[in-house]
Design a protein around this ligand. Structure first.
Ligand code: 13P
Length: 253
C-alpha cells in the first residue's frame, strides 16, 4: 500500500535560528500518530540539527540534493554516504530548480536515484513540464520521458523505495496551483507509466506527490484525488502554521 506523504522543501531558506524554531514548532505540533509521512528538507548545514531535533518523532529529514559519487574531487558536493552518516533518510532528486539553474539532466538524475537506493536513501524524484510544453501539447510525452529516464535500470524491488513528485514548473512559487483535475491527470499518467515499465501492483504501491503552490486550503482537494498521494511543498513549508494546516487537511486514503 502506498503512503500519503507531506514533504516540505525549504529550498535556500532559513538560517540556524529560524530553522531551529521551525523544526521545534513542528516537533511540538505534529501528532505522534500522524497519518501522513511528514518530511522536511532543510539546507545541508542544518541537516544534523534537523535529524537531532526530530529523533523519536514521526518527522523524517531529507536532503535537497546530493552527488552520486562516494567521495573524491567534486568541490562543493555532498555524497550519499555522508547523508546516511548524519541520519538523513530521504533525498529530493531532480527538482526543476536544479535542472534549470544547475544543469541537472535526466542522466544525472538517474545516477543520483541509483546512488540513493544503493545507500538506502529514499529518492523523491521530481518531474514536471513548462507552460510552453503544456501549451504545445507535449506534456504527456515529456513527463513519460522524464519518468522513463529517471527510473532507467531500476528493478521492481527498487521501486518499493521510490517516491515521485509531479511539479509543473508553471505552478512553482507562482501562486498558480494546478487544478486538482490537472494534477490528477498527470499523476495518473505517471502511475500508468510506472505500470507500463513494471506492473500494476508496483504502480499501485508507488507514492506520487503533487507540488506547486500547495496550501492548507487546496491540499484536501488535491490529496482527495485518486492518484495524488501527498504534496511536495515549498513556500508553505517554511512556517509552522502553514505547514501544519497542510498536514492537518491532507486526505489520507
Ligand atoms: P511552492 O510550494 O513554493 O510553489 O514550491 C513548490 C516546490 O517547488 C516544492 O519542491
Amino acid at each position: 500500500m502506498r503512503k500519503t506523504i507531506i514533504a516540505g522543501n525549504w529550498k535556500m531558506n532559513h538560517t540556524g535560528a529560524d530553522a531551529k524554531a521551525t523544526i521545534t514548532g513542528l516537533v511540538s505540533r505534529v501528532p505522534k500518530d500522524v497519518k501522513s509521512e511528514v518530511i522536511i528538507a532543510p539546507v545541508f548545514p542544518y541537516l544534523p540539527m534537523a535529524v537531532e531535533l526530530t529523533k523519536g518523532t514521526p518527522i523524517h529529514v531529507a536532503a535537497q540534493n546530493m552527488h552520486w559519487e562516494e567521495s573524491g574531487a567534486f568541490t562543493g558536493e555532498v555524497s550519499p554516504a555522508m547523508l546516511v552518516d548524519i541520519g538523513v533518510d530521504h533525498v529530493i532528486i531532480g527538482h526543476s530548480e536544479r535542472r534549470t539553474y544547475f544543469n541537472e539532466t535526466d542522466e544525472t538524475v538517474n545516477k543520483k536515484v541509483k546512488a540513493a537506493l544503493a545507500h538506502k536513501l529514499t529518492p523523491i524524484i521530481c518531474c514536471g513540464e513548462t507552460l510552453e510544453q503544456r501549451e504545445q501539447g507535449i506534456m504527456q510525452s515529456w513527463i513519460e520521458g522524464q519518468i522513463e529516464k529517471a527510473l532507467a535500470g531500476l528493478t521492481k524491488a527498487d521501486m518499493a523505495n521510490v517516491v515521485i513528485a509531479y511539479e509543473p514548473i508553471w505552478a512553482i512559487g507562482t501562486g498558480k496551483t494546478a487544478s486538482a483535475a490537472q494534477a490528477e491527470e498527470v499523476c495518473s499518467i505517471i502511475r500508468k507509466k510506472v505500470a507500463a515499465l513494471y506492473d500494476q501492483a508496483t504502480a499501485d504501491d508507488t507514492s506520487v506527490l503533487y507540488g506547486g503552490s500547495v496550501k492548507g486550503k487546496n491540499v484536501a482537494e488535491l490529496t482527495g484525488s485518486a492518484d495524488i498521494d501527498g504534496g511536495l511543498v515549498g513556500g508553505a513549508s517554511l512556517k509552522v502554521d502553514d505547514f501544519m494546516a497542510i498536514i492537518d487537511n491532507a486526505i489520507v486514503k
